[in-house]
Design a protein around this ligand. Sequence first.
Ligand code: NDP
Length: 433
Amino acid sequence: VKRNAGEPLFHQAVAEVFESLSVVLERYPHYADAGLIERLCEPERQIIFRVPWQDDEGNVLVNRGFRVQYNSVLGPYKGGLRFHPSVNLGMVKFLGFEQIFKNSLTGLPIGGGKGGSDFDPKGRSNSEIMRFCQSFMTELHRHLGEYTDVPAGDIGVGGREIGYLFGQYKRMTNSYESGVLTGKGLTWGGSQVRKEATGYGATYFVANMLEAKGTDLAGKKVVISGSGNVAVYAIEKVHQLGGTVIASSDSSGYIVDEQGIDLEQLKEIKEIKRGRVSEYAEQRSSARFVEGGSIWDVPCDVALPCATQNELSGDDAATLIKNGVLAVAEGANMPTTPEALKAFREAGVAFAPGKAANAGGVATSALEMQQNASRDSWHFEYTDERLAAIMGDVHERCSETAREYGKPGDYVLGANISGFVKVADAMFALGVI
Ligand code: NDP
């Protein structure tokens, strides 16, 4: 705690994983040897750098860039870049730490890392975004490589930003190294389904959770927070599987549309105009916008928090439980506070942590790396089938491990233990490094 002072998100993420591990350490005490736990608390490398850039008026602005290369025993560091004013080292460490176990759970050969900047893309012009991305990559490129570290998108970093970052990497290295970034456009090395993967994957996971409870998404009312990349494609897949998404949000408030969110309209506002969800309510008579407030007040059968960390509090969990929620799955990273998590577990609500439920994004990134390495590109249907199969496997791994440790249905325990054991075994095999 002393060494990582002032990093509450990192402490929260580590505590949540380590709480699940006491049963493993009791059963297999050797996991406490070789400084394994201590090594897991310390990233392999942390890079912090200056990002100077010029706005459209010619003013010089300075942001801070981060890349935490956390653990590479299973493969090259892999994890997204976040551009948001709240980004700091502790946040990037929490995300990198989570990423290790998530990537392990996918069953694919990828290590864990994360990065980003406290740059705020909101309200910035296209040219400002491009200049920022170019400056960011001018420093970061020396630390990347398809066998070393492969970033992708996250909050504030979508296809447009990946394009500018990849362009600058290509220019700095004079090589068309497709496998150095994922989330690329389809005509320049990207994979089908990557854009959709995190939202689709979270929905496949929920469908598996409901199946285990003897039901499915058909006819279910679903609330999905956020209206970014993860949320939009979770809405799309929930609708395809017969559920109805009745509420979505952004940082200014939430919209409720009992007829079901019209996704084409929402995509037009969020993806093309880069506008706010309030505009949706202005355009649609069946919808209303609630400024501020909590989206979790809207009664639903299934809740998918897909915006940001700690967005679902203990009080929100109590409201969801009172309203009869059946299942909660984290599309975002750690959106549920420890109090809310405790409440769901005590109430017996099926709850999937982000490292399991949102693993579809990074898994499809690994599929993009496979396609880049073999200079191939797969069809949409085939890639989507691969994603659905991977999410089915992640669900099975979590369920099986929870059963093995006497806690059937405890996806948190299952995900943490299953993700950890694979990483721990590899850390032993590779020696004290
Ligand atoms: P986007 O930037 O596309 O969308 C983020 C959404 O969340 C926006 O609607 C945004 O609203 C809202 N949001 C962000 N920060 C806050 C905040 N502090 N308070 C309230 N709302 C907020 O990001 P993604 O959809 O890519 O990511 C969402 C979550 O999913 C993150 O936790 C991310 O780490 C996680 N994730 C993403 C993956 C991916 O493939 N993209 C993979 C796995 C996990 P506004 O526009 O108003 O800021």
